[in-house]
Design a protein around this ligand. Sequence first.
Ligand code: 13P
Ligand code: SF4
Length: 307
Amino acid sequence: MERDILIQEVLRLKAERQAVILAHSYQLPEVQEVADFVGDSLGLAREAQRTKAKVIVFAGVHFMAETAAILNPEKTVLLPDLEAGCSLADSIRPEDILAWKQDHPEGIVVAYVNTKAEVKALADVCVTSANAVEVVARLPKDRPIFFVPDMFLGAHVARVTGRKLDLFPGECHVHAGIREEHLKVLLEKHPGAEFMIHPECGCGSSCLFLKPDAKMLSTEGMVRYAKKAEAKEFVVATEVGILHRLSKEAPEKTFIPVKPDAICEYMKRITLEKVYLSLKEMRHVIRVPEEVAKKAQRALEAMVAVG
Ligand code: 13P
Ligand code: SF4
């Protein structure tokens, strides 16, 4: 089908199904363009919770669609491609949490939203990169805390809050690949640029030795910051899908990716054609077993309430 016709069909089916399309900022530009809302994990979770639409087409990855289904169990949540997973969410199993809990019966488990529902069900609270610092800073000071599964985000949160965290050694293969040496090259080439770094990046806190005024931001935080900052040039350390939104929302500014091949193949599995097929055939419905969903819902509701 020709692209223009495909877009028209998506919009027609969307209205017919009373659906809403929610897209993450790492999605392909043409998918972002047909979405009703484009945002980071926190914004998408909130949007999924508040929407009045009957159907949510989730242009993102599996854990995001699960999160939407848990927060809004009345709705039908569709994921256009079931292979849209996440290496970070895959890095941790429920058994890893249970083992830590056995050794720390009074401990608190903080789960990054990039986890499967079964892991969230064992957590006390979920966080996203946009509110992890704020959530952890509010936790009781006299109990051990297990932060799972992203060790780079965890280290960032521990540094900013001054809290001691037990870190699970998980990572996202895309962000872990963004390292200090990539930053060094860009720092030499663009000494006047502002640096925006996603806290999942492998350069982690060490990048602050190279560039002490670098901003550690979620994807939405990057868009917000770039719009209001005076600088004209920004070096961006995260998945490159964000560049479409940055250039669209701050067209007068220049954005340079730290690593142009930082591409999440899971996010890119969602194409315009698959969004169309998803609406046409109502596939693939994401269902979370009720018992798991109920437990995970508590931790997720605590997450959307902060930040
Ligand atoms: P945010 O968009 O919440 O910053 O998360 C980044 C990410 O890796 C999502 O998978
Ligand atoms: Fe998961 Fe990394 Fe892809 Fe985000 S960029 S969905 S954390 S694999």
